[in-house]
Design a binder for this molecule. Sequence first.
Ligand code: PLP
Length: 426
Amino acid sequence: MPFTANRQFKKSPRMFVAARDMHYTTADGRQVMDGTAGLWCVNAGHARPKIVEAIARQAAELDYAPAFQMGHPKAFELANRIVDIAPEGLDHVLFTNSGSESVETALKVALAYHRAKGEGSRFRLIGRERGYHGVNFGGISVGGIVPNRKMFGTLLTGVDHLPHTHDLARNAFSRGEPQHGVELADELERIVALHDASTIAAVIVEPVAGSTGVLIPPPGYLQRLREITRKHGILLIFDEVITGYGRLGTPFAADYFGVTPDIMVTAKGLTNGVIPMGAVLVSSEIHDAFMTGPEHLIEFFHGYTYSGNPIASAAGVATLETYKDEGLLTRGAELARTWEDALHSLKGEPHVIDIRNIGLVGAIELEPIAGAPTKRAFSAFLKAYEAGYLIRTTGDIIALSPPLIVTESQIGELIDAVRTALRSVE
Ligand SMILES: Cc1ncc(COP(=O)(O)O)c(C=O)c1O
């Protein structure tokens, strides 16, 4: 099983057999509230009729069309709809089947773009400590999670990392963006000075690091990365696999922070988690750099059998329609204050050393048990599950990200369930 304590699970399986709106049904017939939108992907809640119907209709009408040298209307329709809600300037789309593939695609676009422009010396990729960019070789190379990297050899060469922005000593219990740490963006200047700008292709960061426990940048940090990358001709890639499609109360984190990258990586919420799909957005400038040479030749040697798969595309179109019909891409902003207050009411509960929030994402960091890191948070996860609430843990951090349809009273219920779990673990 992926990223699972296999032996623990098989001794005591946790099985879901159905889901609707905010709740799962377990194999033993219990209702479990989804406090994590599945894996940060079910933004519109479960089994939404428009999406279910679109998938069934598309499967009956056109189940598959070759992705290479052939097209079908749904993929183009979805691409246009993504561009409609994306930050201005990101107006071309490459489809993939996951966040990990979106990351690989973005990194390859960045390298190939510089080469197409006659700057093939730009081969370095800069990621960030504690960054998560999926599990393929490019993603774990630019990523900064040690257990995801250390078993897998040399990874990509020519990669360097920015420091992460998590600063408990100065920023614990910040509400929203933390005050301290904007100067950490200047580390990019140091890295550029070390390697020389002429060797660096791209910088990739999650605007808010999700998987390592909701690490929120201080005000001005992303702006500064944007300024430095622009100054040195380096592409800026935002990995919005978690932050995209409404999670922060804006369509994308780029909107929230007012910073537009050159390439944006998305997946998860694109299809509400229902069908695997990702989308990488690039600027016209990047797109156009490839559109040279004889017209019978392939311009970019990359793609997947299932890129823009018809059923996934139909699911994507129906998902974006559902978000639009229900105002879900901005609903997080309406709920943000309630969410923030509820989360921060956990201050003072046992083991809590930090609480963080932005949009409809939150994290509660726990003091680890000495000699047994992750155990305390995992125990809280099991307690919450037994009580009928799905929460997520990473290390000793509880991360919460309910579907964007969550009600204020469900927020209260979820946070109370976390409170009870915290009080019951050692
Ligand atoms: C920021 C980020 N990038 C990439 C990925 C990888 O996505 P996937 O699991 O769909 O490959 C994730 C998954 O959580 C993610 O959070």
